[in-house]
Design a protein around this ligand. Structure first.
Ligand code: KG4
Ligand code: ZN
Length: 363
């Protein structure tokens, strides 16, 4: 039996709190979004994010304690990667909460959280057990990578060398004059366009690796928007020209994300393929992944739409699994991880695993 777990997530611009029961059922899941506060700036303002977390967190935790099926027995908090000030609000709050109630505390890596999100159910069911071999895509505003997990050990297979997929959606959408965050708007508009209208070439890295590179695609899309006189056109005045261009751009992002899949599938023979992170809400990506699953005869598990973007249910679940694997943090000493630190749930971390990629970015 796993402990009933309070999850806290404040790594970027969503303050999220959730409670999971002993079988990983989501008893409470709540989120206070700061999108409206950051929208005028066209991106997340770190200082503003921290202050909004400070305001929202105590209230959400109070509601979680009332809404859950019982008192939490474990506290799980995102300790990194993300915006340092924003992370610190959650980490200090969780530490004080755990210390005051004499509960164990687990520090969770945000990316581990995304990777367990496909195994959660928002309809009241228990969490699914993680199969032995999982091939996982994580694509969000700060991160794009494929991972392979085998018997509890996770390896990153490829990653973006520059922009993340969600960031690419957001930046191209901004030039179009679409609302922030642009990914969901592009998704909505692209459904009405034809991807055959324009073609964006896929990048080829000189070293022949499977890594992604989205900055060339971003620049090519922006050049095309300007060449067609569509800069700042906005959602309501988007004609077929704009819709077609958005559909072509979206299709190029999805093609790139799924490009390495056949290779990885052949090499790692996963029992399931998953996708998570904000971009896993994308309609075309979900359709294409389902298609690939049919082609390879393997199950594709996607998170419920309510759990693709940042949430605390995934943090609580990753925390439960880490706790079951023997991990625990010191409530008085836990600090935010300012650098990207990734590891599989339940695995112990050694100082040499600490990397420096994506410092201070949301994921
Ligand atoms: O995982 P997430 O909530 O947060 C972080 O990046 O930390 O991901 C947010 C990203 C944004 O870039 C957003 O534009 C993108 O996910 N996104 C989408 C869709 N929904 C959210 N991108 C494409 N299609 C969508 N439907
Ligand atoms: Zn995220």
């Amino acid at each position: 039996m796993l402990p009933r777990t309070l999850g806290i997530e404040t790594s970027c611009d969503e303050t999220a709190v959730a409670v999971l029961d002993a079988e990983g059922r989501v008893e409470f899941n709540c989120l206070s979004s700061q999108v409206a506060e950051h929208a005028p700036f066209g991106g997340v303002v770190p200082e503003l994010a921290s202050r909004e977390h400070l305001k929202a967190l105590p209230m959400l935790v109070e509601r979680a304690l009332e809404g859950a099926g019982g008192s939490p027995e474990l506290v799980a908090v995102t300790a990194g990667p993300g915006l340092v000030g924003a992370l610190l609000v959650g980490v200090r709050f969780a530490g004080a909460f755990a210390w005051g109630r004499e509960l164990p505390l687990v520090a969770v890596d945000h990316l581990d959280g995304h990777q367990v999100s496909p195994f959660l159910d928002l309809e009241g069911g228990p969490a699914r057990e993680l199969p032995e071999r999982v091939l996982a895509l994580v694509a969000s505003g700060g991160h794009s990578a494929w991972y392979s997990t085998e018997s509890g050990e996770t390896r990153r297979l490829c990653r973006t060398r520059d922009d993340a997929a969600g960031e690419t959606f957001d930046k191209v959408a901004k030039v179009f004059g679409l609302a922030y965050p642009g990914g969901p708007v592009v998704d909505r508009l692209a459904r009405r366009g034809s991807a055959a209208a324009a073609f964006f070439r896929q990048p080829r890295l000189k070293d022949g690796s499977n890594d992604f590179s989205f900055s060339g695609l971003k620049s090519a899309a922006i050049r095309e928007i300007r060449a067609r006189g569509l800069e700042g056109v906005g959602e309501h005045d988007a004609g077929s020209d704009a819709l077609d261009l958005l559909a072509s751009f979206e299709s190029a992002v999805v093609r790139q994300l799924l490009g390495p899949l056949p290779d990885f599938f052949a090499k790692y023979q996963p029992q399931v393929i998953t996708a998570s992170g904000g971009v896993a809400a994308n309609t075309l990506l979900r359709e294409c992944l389902a298609e690939e699953g049919r082609r390879f005869g393997v199950e594709v598990i996607l998170p419920p739409l309510g759990l693709t973007t940042d949430n605390a249910a995934m943090i609580a679940r990753a925390g439960q699994l880490a706790w079951a694997g023997g991990r625990c943090a010191d409530a008085r000493r836990l600090d935010a991880w300012t650098r990207k630190v990734w590891h599989p749930p339940g695995m112990r971390r050694s100082p040499t695993e600490v990397g420096s990629e994506n410092a201070g970015e949301c994921s």
